[in-house]
Design a binder for this molecule. Structure first.
Ligand SMILES: C[S@@+](CC[C@H](N)C(=O)[O-])C[C@H]1O[C@@H](n2cnc3c(N)ncnc32)[C@H](O)[C@@H]1O
Ligand SMILES: [Zn+2]
Length: 369
């Protein structure tokens, strides 16, 4: 693999981030799992922002089920590295290169050949928002879209207004802000898809350093758009006591929320904050994650319960003015007291549990002694 000789990522002459290794490795495993589950060979992959080809070339070299990998970038210098690496690795028959704006590239295949890609990846600097519509239009029924976002401050609640502009939903600066970021990304995908009578099915998501990555199946048809709509909702957060909840549109009345719904059920605070609208359903497919685990021992693929809005134990302990207890012990106690509990790939110091917050607080306080 040929890469520009720079220590830290530079955009000129070409972008290559060696620190993105884990994120790239996770993506290769996800594409392997997708190919296995879809049970098809001769798959096509659109690397719409290929850079020096670090992702696209690995797919061509390592995943047999992908017979055509299209590498595109506006940066011709970056692509010339990719082309040389392609030749060095003997991948010429499988890889196709173009220097186009990502949306022009993504839509050209449909225009020219009436075909869509099986997998579309969008890996920009910053937000993927401007490319989401094109990515959906370019993906076939039951195809896969993967998106990267590195605008952490927007997704994590530092700039909630920008989150509305980019993702149509408000972010919230909470201890589980990375989950809201992931939900906003799936939400933005869902909003773009529904306009086109297309639905989405989130398969996997993770977060590493400043990267957010989401993987979603695309399903063409109004039936799927309606199913998608039922999974959109709001996150409700009380900044006074830390209580949190998620509500899907399908579970609200026709009139939407009564203002009484927005009071905190725990402490009575009348100004609970709203995050979203965003994806309020599952943010992983357990089948997809376990298929990934067959290809990789990375802990990011460990099973995780489908319980929304995790609790960060460091944050909770700081609030209670105690030392953070060991996470394993907290999980043991939660399970022993009859609740579901597990870790999350979005934060190594956090737990997902259906236990009420006061119960979790009691356990954390007891274990910290
Ligand atoms: C984060 S890098 C991609 C890294 C690459 N996917 C990898 O795994 O190494 C972002 C790339 O997007 C390209 N880019 C930015 N805006 C673009 C656009 N509108 N259309 C096509 N490429 C674009 C940049 O030239 C840059 O190479
Ligand atoms: Zn409260």
């Amino acid at each position: 693999m040929l890469v520009p000789s720079v220590e830290t990522p530079k955009k000129i002459p070409a972008f290559f981030n060696p620190r993105g290794k884990l994120v790239r490795e996770v993506s290769i495993v996800c594409y392997k799992a997708y190919a296995k589950l879809i049970g098809k060979s001769e798959l096509t992959f659109a690397d719409s922002m290929a850079g020096v080809g670090a992702r696209g070339l690995r797919i061509a070299a390592e995943i047999e089920d992908f017979s055509k990998v299209f590498l595109n970038d506006t940066n011709a210098a970056a692509l010339s590295f990719a082309k040389k690496s392609c030749t060095i690795n003997g991948l010429q028959g499988k890889c196709f290169f173009s220097v186009k704006e990502a949306c022009t590239f993504l839509l050209s295949r449909e225009q020219n050949a009436g075909e869509r890609f099986d997998v579309v990846d969008v890996d920009p600097f910053g937000t993927p928002a401007p490319f989401i519509d094109c990515a959906i239009r370019a993906t076939r029924h039951r195809g896969l879209i993967s998106l990267s976002a590195t605008d952490s401050a927007v997704l994590c609640g530092v700039h909630p207004d920008v989150a509305i502009m980019k993702y149509q939903g408000r972010s919230l600066r909470t201890d589980y802000c990375h989950e809201i970021g992931i939900r906003l990304l799936f939400g933005a995908l869902a909003f773009s898809a529904m306009k086109l009578e297309i639905g989405i099915e989130p398969l996997f998501s993770h977060h590493d350093q400043h990267y957010f990555r989401v993987y979603s199946k695309v399903k063409v048809g109004n039936k799927y758009a309606r199913e998608t709509y039922s999974q959109i909702g709001y996150v409700l957060h009380c900044f006074k006591c830390g209580a949190r909840g998620i509500v899907q549109f399908k579970n609200t009345s026709k009139e939407g929320y009564e203002s009484a719904d927005l009071a905190c059920i725990r402490c009575g605070n009348k100004s609970v904050s709203l995050g979203g609208p965003c994806w309020a359903g599952k943010i992983q497919s357990a089948e997809f994650a376990s298929t990934c685990a067959m290809f990789s021992e990375l802990t990011v693929f460990s099973p995780e319960p489908d319980i929304p809005l995790y609790y960060d134990l460091d944050y909770l302990s700081q609030k209670l003015k105690i030392r953070t207890p060991p996470i394993g012990k907290v999980l043991e106690e939660l399970c022993a007291s009859g609740f579901k509990a597990g870790r999350t790939r979005l934060n190594p110091k956090a737990v997902r549990t259906d236990a009420p917050l006061e119960h979790l607080e009691k356990i954390v306080a007891r274990l910290a002694r």
